[in-house]
Write a protein that binds this ligand. Structure first.
Ligand SMILES: Cc1cc2nc3c(=O)[nH]c(=O)nc-3n(C[C@H](O)[C@H](O)[C@H](O)COP(=O)(O)OP(=O)(O)OC[C@H]3O[C@@H](n4cnc5c(N)ncnc54)[C@H](O)[C@@H]3O)c2cc1C
Length: 585
């Protein structure tokens, strides 16, 4: 019989946030249990938009680009039709402003994929690591408060038995209606807007192309949309507006008739209506995301309007932020106080995103700027950033940063200047400023040079920085600039690296012709396009060495100009004792 390993973390809820957390923790070799009270996995599209910031993390979870596009499509164009026939396009426009294609950003547009499909991909990756979701297991209560390890009372529904599980850490990923928040005594601040409703269903139809997100009607009265759910003929049916009688619309036939009424498109008929639900306005943020050894992630900690497509994406970034910190603490590399930085980093970012999605929601539900398909047609494909369905590019979440985090460190600026850079007041897109500690680490194309020690490149496909980054260890990018690889300062840098939790990559400028030295554990890559030097803010021809410390969550944790800078970053992260222990022979 296989030996049972005691879980270090109990994850309550197997939606996207719980699954991503479980996957990250398993990739960090942390034993977990993940439970869900439902007897079967959820069906239904719910979140349909996966944002560029989420997409680019997939490779670290073992999800390839091919796997993404096997189930998902880039569906960035919305098409609005004029009555009464509903066949003439009033306008066609990008509902989310795309990012400029650059080597630093591998995905410029969101991908549409049904949430249930996405969850099944995550579950298969988790199962490959030997962890399965335990269905039909419900968290009922938690004994122990304060900093003691929680004792969870779990009800195994089919066997009707109770299990008491003591576990070092418990994470509530149990959604907006979950019990964890109440059990942790954390208030859920915000409002429920009963009047703001949306009828949603998953339908199949062969009557219309899946190249566009189609909309008919007016937000001032009733509007109906069909949003493609990947390849094929599956769409998410969306019905909003003050004139919609949600109570009267319960069956597939009701939804079909309402669609015909609003759109005039009798040629579009639905088959296989698999899921019908009514969303009610609920915009809330937990007052805190942590209570001792208990944490909230995802909708358990914040819920957004579906306007803007951010709920699931924000939830996933929570899971990614918490996972590697839990792993460092579990492995006794860092003090438990590191876990306080989860709330410090995430709460302000979530609060700002909640404001953005609520503002977008109001444009639609309060019809401040409602679509009017009776308006004279404008040029097809003309961009329309005044449309209430339009989202600016910071909705990609690429700009999300933790510049004000207590654990990031920038040796290039004095402590009085910290967090005062241009745009640092905003937690989101800040394309006009140079990279700072706390920002997302950009991607770049590199030509990896075989290290004389290793004899070959780590992977024959390791041609981007992102392919080199790792979900469980830090990556120290060393930019030697024009300084010699034989210089004492360069060689010295490596003495400050805690190799048990870090790897190093020397990024050589494109013109570098120096012979590559043997440095144990280090790889070398040449920045042939110059984009790594440019995007990491290292000037051309700079003679000074710079080390950029990239965290396992893809955030720049620190900029260091000296060995002392690297040491300071890790001391801030792990505590002085934690760092000393890792560095002791
Ligand atoms: C109509 C609609 C459209 C949306 N569109 C988008 C979009 O386009 N983009 C986007 O990013 N987001 C969107 N969202 C939001 C997105 O669906 C949520 O943000 C996402 O599901 C949150 O994931 P989660 O894992 O935190 O919680 P959930 O998905 O809610 O999962 C929580 C899980 O916990 C389980 N659970 C609850 N209580 C217990 C318990 N006591 N014990 C054990 N298990 C328990 C539940 O059964 C459930 O499986 C949309 C949501 C809706 C409703």
């Amino acid at each position: 019989m296989a030996e049972q390993v005691e879980p270090a973390v109990l994850i309550v809820g197997a939606g996207p946030s719980g699954l991503v957390l479980a996957l990250h923790l398993r990739l960090n070799n942390v034993p977990v249990r993940i439970i869900d009270k439902q007897p079967e996995f959820s069906i239904g599209s719910r979140a349909t938009l996966i944002q560029p910031r989420t997409l680019e993390r997939f490779s670290l979870l073992g999800i390839t680009r091919e796997e993404i596009f096997e189930s998902g499509v880039v569906a960035h164009q919305m098409r609005i039709y004029a009555p009464p026939a509903g066949t003439t396009a009033v306008k066609t426009f990008s509902f989310q402003e795309p990012l400029e294609p650059r080597p630093s950003v591998p995905f410029t547009q969101p991908v549409t994929m049904s949430q249930d499909i996405f969850e099944s991909i995550l579950r298969s990756k988790l199962a490959a690591l030997g962890t399965k979701v335990e269905l039909g297991v419900e968290l009922k209560s938690i004994l122990n408060i304060g900093d003691e390890p929680p004792i969870a009372e779990l009800h195994h529904i089919t066997q009707n038995r109770t299990e008491m599980l003591k576990v070092p850490y418990l994470v509530g990923a149990d959604g907006a209606k979950g019990v964890c928040r109440q059990l942790f005594s954390i208030p859920f601040l915000g409002e429920t807007r009963e009047a703001d409703k949306m009828k949603i269903a998953d339908v199949e139809t062969d009557g219309i192309t899946n190249e566009f997100w189609h909309m008919w009607g007016s937000f001032a009265t009733a509007a109906v949309g069909l949003k493609p759910l990947g390849h094929g003929n599956k769409f998410q049916y969306q019905l909003v507006g003050p004139k919609v009688n949600h109570e009267a619309l319960q069956t597939a036939e009701d939804l079909q008739k309402e669609f015909w009424e609003i759109s005039g498109r009798k040629d579009i008929t639905f088959k296989n209506v698999t899921w019908i639900t009514t969303w009610r306005g609920n915009m809330r943020l937990a007052q805190s995301l942590q209570s001792g050894r208990r944490f909230l992630i995802g909708d358990a900690g914040h819920c957004h309007s579906p306007a803007g497509g951010q709920g699931m994406n924000t939830s996933i970034l929570d899971a990614i932020n918490l996972s590697w910190k839990l792993a460092l603490v579990h492995n006794h590399h860092a003090s438990p106080s590191l876990l306080d930085s989860y709330e410090a980093e995430r709460l302000p970012v979530i609060a700002e995103m909640l404001d953005l999605t609520t503002a977008l929601h109001e444009k639609v539900w309060e019809n401040k700027n409602g679509i009017d398909s009776k308006a004279p047609p404008i040029e097809p494909t003309k961009e329309d950033n005044t449309d209430p369905m339009y989202r600016p590019k910071h909705f990609s979440q690429i700009g999300v940063n933790y510049r004000k985090s207590p654990i990031v460190f920038d040796e290039r600026i004095s402590s009085s200047e910290e967090g005062e850079g241009e745009g640092s007041g905003s937690s989101f897109y800040h394309s006009s400023t140079t990279l700072q500690a706390g920002d997302r680490a950009p991607d770049a194309q590199l030509t990896f040079t075989p290290s004389p020690e290793i004899g070959s490149v780590k992977s024959p496909h390791a041609d981007t920085l992102f392919s080199f980054f790792h979900p469980s260890i830090h990556t120290i990018l060393i930019f030697p600039g024009t300084s010699s690889l034989k210089s004492e300062k360069f060689v010295d840098f490596f003495s400050a690296i805690p190799w048990a939790i870090a790897q190093a990559l020397v990024v050589l400028p494109k013109e570098s012709e120096e012979e590559i030295p043997i440095i144990s554990g280090c790889q070398f890559g040449k920045d042939l396009q110059g984009s790594a030097y440019a995007d990491y803010g290292i000037g051309n021809g700079v003679s000074e060495l710079t080390a950029v410390v990239v965290r396992p969550d893809g955030i720049v944790g620190g900029f260091a100009k000296s060995v002392g800078g690297v040491k300071t970053y890790f001391e801030k992260l792990l505590g002085v004792d934690g760092y000393r222990m890792l560095m002791s022979p």
